[in-house]
Design a binder for this molecule. Structure first.
Ligand code: SF4
Length: 99
């Protein structure tokens, strides 16, 4: 459920225009707050349906999967309990507790 809920999707500066265009092409609206560096922030709770505007709410599929933003392509960065798509990541080793 990482494309829904109280999450902010960060867009790189060179992704903002494409994100707007993709939303328009899908017949949906993307509400993007511009960041000082020219990037964008997509607060899912501010979007219709409280999920990413690129998410197909019926199937939970990403409608721009082949051109999804960088942070989506790189997600997840670490193993998360309960997140099935992160289970391929090798867990961090426990710190050495030897005195
Ligand atoms: S662009 Fe696709 S993968 Fe990224 S948050 Fe939106 S629906 Fe999920």
């Amino acid at each position: 459920m990482c494309c829904r809920g109280p999450i902010i999707l960060r867009l790189d500066p060179d992704e903002v225009t494409g994100f707007y265009r993709a939303a328009a092409g899908l017949g949906t609206e993307a509400r993007v707050s511009r960041a000082p560096d020219g990037g964008g922030n997509v607060l899912f709770l501010d979007q219709p349906g409280e999920h990413c505007p690129m998410l197909d709410s019926a199937t939970s599929a990403c409608r721009i999967y082949d051109r999804r933003p960088r942070v989506c392509r790189e997600f997840p960065r670490k193993r998360e309990p309960g997140c099935a798509i992160s289970e391929w990541i090798t867990p961090e080793p426990e710190p050495d507790q030897t005195p």
